[in-house]
Ligand binder design. Structure first.
Ligand code: 0A1
Ligand code: ZN
Length: 853
């Protein structure tokens, strides 16, 4: 355990920094184990903090060689987290700080600050990594223009802003836009560029480069195309133009997260840049498009307008996720994107919100901020913005956003500022709405219906269960999108937004000819759980007739869940009427194949475990796994003919195209294969694996084979073909563990951990193996507890090297309280063991202690 319990940082303690930074000049003399960083920083007293103040600078793992104030040497007081120059040693007015420090990029295994990945120098400064580069007020509300000089023999030397000078062995970059230190970036290495240009709406030409290792150039086209489409879209939809002469993207193999929006120099995990039909799945293509857009959109929502402090993280992340979701839905299919987003929200954010890690979209305290890059801040943060937009309408939203950009450009803003622009632009009072930011937990909505004399009344009740530190919840504003269908399936009341503000509230619809069937929470208009017992016939009716595609899918989903719950809990036979309803969706050619594929996908085992837990049962992972398999088999038997026909019809011969339509066909084809695989002894999967010319089908076929307990030969062939491609070998590790049978998952993971290619210090590789084990529900929770032990062993092994990735991965244990006494005590024992480990990182300590609380 840590020597002393780490102290939390509190939102309530916010105070502005006592100094403004007027300018930053940095010189880097790069050397793998002894890089010199020379900093010259201009400080001026901040009028917001009158009086004489000490100069406090953050700094970690730095060797200070010299420090001067206005050219005179000073000896600051140093501690493990930074240094202090007492006010008595500071001039009255502005002054210049000069410091030279030494750092060790090669020894930096935490991948935070300046580090090396395969011979390339690169940086990751969000949230608090800049303090590992030089002494600085490392907080987002301190914004300054940066000038950077890099000295190295490496051929490519990059930093933020525009290139302003270069010579043999050096380059200079100037970033005119004031920015916080977390947006600083530097890259140096033997890289090659794939280049293009973009002409902005005011006619300026921007040079675009994607920098990769030699040999990877042929896998950058999709990322470049996505970037250009993002730039255009942000101009057209938000009126936002790019503001530098160059936009650089670099692909790095060792990266803790997905990507980073450093001003003018985005750094990406290589898996979110590199793609070709042979090496990347349709899912990879879609993610690349979305993340390239996300990072690009941060240029305005994050960089030009940043966050006052880290509690406001959702200000940039919620909004930027919302914007990238809008982009993808414009590029692809709106309903399909909405369903995908809700699936992720429920799988990750609802799970978080219902467990020990629940926290508000804007938290009020943290020990380690890196632990708050969560589904709640990102995904729920985006949902909250979606609700705001629904409440104020499209025009109101656009007006508010225009005002936001106008009023806060160049500033570090807060959620209060954000809500104020909506209030000022639309005249709406958002006091109650703000609870979505301050209160944790997922509201549960129940509905009562009443029908009399042509009038139909819906009475809603909202209740939010207690979350850590928040026992009592007040009612929230919930926009409930509702439409009504008549018994023939015609829509009699088109979608309207019911604005719920009270704990219980009724809404009446008059003058109806017959009792309608309500379609509630259309488009998933609020991130709530709708607790509503609906008869199977009504769900089937909505699956067939709802005009709202989200609710159409949702009805099928709910039906599938009901059927699975009765099969798992009560040993009932699979429902034939459900299978018939699914068959009608499968064969309805007027429906988008991608949508049909989503309808064929069974609820996940983790989702079913939560559903059973909510219903007061103790989930049995093995029974859930078996039930899901049994339903799939029953569907395959009953719908064999149309499944085979669709499987054949959805082939995409000819040249591979990553567009949404082609991807949708492949998704439907693989969904059919998945079901048929339960009854055809793997013949189709083996044939597809042998013939596939793209990774989507080859990987999908391999997953089916492994799920069916086959595929040994194919696993070997896949490895032989791809052993030189790191990203594909990640898939190879992952697919074997994710789809292993419950009893095989831990043994497979143990065996693969011995494989010479298990380079566990690489976060992608570590996540591929351990992440897959955590995601194999029945395998992870297999009765002996072998997987728990193995998983915890690896967390303990990674923690001293890379606390950030370790801490994130500890969330595999967050659902412990759902399970039976034996499993609970085994998981708790692992959490205790981790928490009691000598020298455990602050990151992991915070996570495991919150999880076991
Ligand atoms: N801001 C980046 C992701 C990111 C978040 C945290 C990091 O370190 C703790 C690194 C990157 C994004 O939203 O894409
Ligand atoms: Zn982001």
């Amino acid at each position: 355990m840590k020597d002393a319990a780490p102290q939390p940082t509190l939102l309530a303690d916010y105070r502005p920094y006592p100094f403004d930074v007027t300018g930053v000049e940095l010189t880097f003399r790069l050397s793998p184990e002894a890089t010199r960083v020379v900093a010259r920083i201009g400080f001026a007293p901040n009028p917001a903090r009158p009086g004489r103040n000490d100069l406090r600078l953050d700094g970690e793992k730095l060797k200070l060689h010299s420090a001067k104030i206005d050219s005179k040497p000073v000896k600051p007081d140093q501690d493990a987290e930074g240094l202090t120059v007492p006010a008595s040693q500071l001039p009255d007015g502005p002054f210049t700080w000069d410091a030279e420090v030494e750092i060790d990029p090669k020894g930096n295994t935490a991948l935070e600050g300046l580090y090396m990945s395969g011979g390339i120098y690169c940086t990751q400064c969000e949230a608090e990594g800049f303090r590992k580069i030089t002494y600085y007020p490392d907080r987002p509300d301190v914004m300054a223009p940066f000038k950077v000089r890099i000295e190295s023999d490496l051929p490519v030397l990059l930093s933020n802003g525009n290139p302003t000078a270069k010579g043999k062995g050096w380059a200079e970059w100037t970033d005119p836009w004031p920015k916080p230190a977390y947006l600083f970036a530097l890259v140096a290495g033997d890289l090659v560029a794939v280049s293009d240009t973009f002409t902005t709406m005011s006619g300026k030409t921007v040079d675009l480069n994607i920098w990769v290792r030699e040999g990877d150039e042929d896998r950058c086209a999709y990322a470049m195309d996505s970037l250009i489409r993002s730039m255009k879209w942000d101009e057209e939809v938000y009126g936002r133009e790019y503001d530098l002469d160059v936009f650089n993207i670099v692909a790095i193999d060792d990266f803790n997260m997905g990507a980073m929006e450093n001003k003018g120099l985005n750094i990406f995990n290589s898996k979110l840049v590199l793609a070709s039909p042979e090496t990347a799945t349709d899912g990879d293509f879609e993610r690349i498009e979305g993340v390239i857009a996300h990072e690009y959109f941060h240029n305005w929502t994050g960089d030009r307008i940043t966050c006052r402090d880290w509690f406001q993280l959702c200000l940039k992340e919620g909004l930027t996720v919302f914007r990238d979701q809008q982009f993808t839905s414009d590029m692809r299919s709106e309903p399909v994107k909405r369903i995908e987003d809700v699936l992720t929200l429920r799988a990750r954010q609802f799970r978080e919100d219902m467990g020990p890690l629940a926290h508000p979209v804007r938290p009020e305290s943290y020990i380690e901020i890196n632990n708050f890059y969560t589904a709640t801040v990102y995904e729920k943060g985006a949902e909250v913005i979606g609700m705001l937009k629904r409440l104020v309408g499209d025009d109101g939203y656009r007006k508010a956003l225009d005002l936001y950009f106008e009023r806060h450009d160049g500033e570090a803003a807060t959620i209060e500022d954000w809500l104020m622009v909506f209030e000022d632009a639309t005249g709406r009072d958002l006091t109650q709405f703000k609870r979505w930011y301050t209160d944790a937990g997922t509201p549960r909505l129940t509905v009562a219906e009443d029908w009399s004399d042509g009038s139909f009344t819906l009475t809603f009740t909202q209740k939010t269960p207690p979350t850590p530190g928040q026992d009592k919840k007040k009612p929230r504003v919930i926009p409930i999108a509702v439409g009504l269908l008549n018994p023939n399936g015609d829509e009699v009341v088109p979608t309207m937004i019911l604005e719920m503000t009270k704990a219980t509230q009724s809404f009446r619809f008059e003058e109806l000819a017959s009792r309608p069937v309500p379609s509630i929470l259309r488009g998933f208009s609020a991130p709530v759980v709708l607790d509503r017992d609906v008869p199977a016939e009504e769900r089937a009716f909505l699956l067939a007739h709802d005009t709202d595609p989200f609710n159409k899918w949702e009805s099928g989903r709910a039906l599938a869940k009901d059927v699975l719950v009765s099969m798992i809990g009560k040993d009932e036979a699979p429902s034939q009427s459900f299978i018939d309803a699914l068959g009608r969706v499968l064969t309805n050619d007027s429906l988008d194949p991608a949508f049909r594929a989503l309808c064929l996908r069974m609820p996940s085992e983790d989702d079913l475990a939560q559903t059973l837990h909510d219903a007061g049962q103790v989930p049995d992972p093995e029974a859930i796994h078996a039930g899901r398999g049994a339903l799939s088999k029953a569907i395959a038997r009953s719908l064999q003919k149309p499944l085979v026909a669709t499987y054949d019809a959805m082939a995409t011969p000819g040249e591979f195209a990553p567009d949404a339509t082609s991807a949708g066909k492949r998704a439907l084809r693989l969904a059919c294969l998945w079901l048929l695989n339960h009854i055809d002894n793997g013949t189709r999967a083996a044939a597809l694996f042998a013939s596939a010319d793209n990774m989507t089908e080859s990987h999908g076929a391999l997953a089916c084979l492994i799920e069916g307990g086959r595929g040994t030969r194919e696993i070997g062939a896949f490895y032989e073909r791809w052993k030189d491609n790191r990203l594909v070998i990640d898939k190879w590790f992952m697919v074997q563990v994710l789809h292993a049978a419950p009893k095989d998952a831990a043994p497979t993971a143990e065996r693969l951990a011995e494989h010479p290619d298990f380079e566990w210090t690489n976060p992608n590789r570590f996540r591929a193996l351990l992440g897959a084990l955590g995601a194999n529900h029945a395998g992870f929770h297999e009765t002996s507890g072998r997987a728990y032990r193995f998983y915890a062993d690896w967390l303990l092994k990674l923690d001293p090297l890379n606390p950030q990735t370790t801490a994130r991965m500890s969330t595999a244990f967050e659902t412990w309280s759902r399970y039976d006494v034996d499993r609970k005590s085994m998981i708790r024992a692992e959490l205790d063991r981790i928490a009691a480990t000598e020298g455990l990182s602050r990151d992991t300590y915070e996570m495991v202690t919150r999880i076991r609380a």
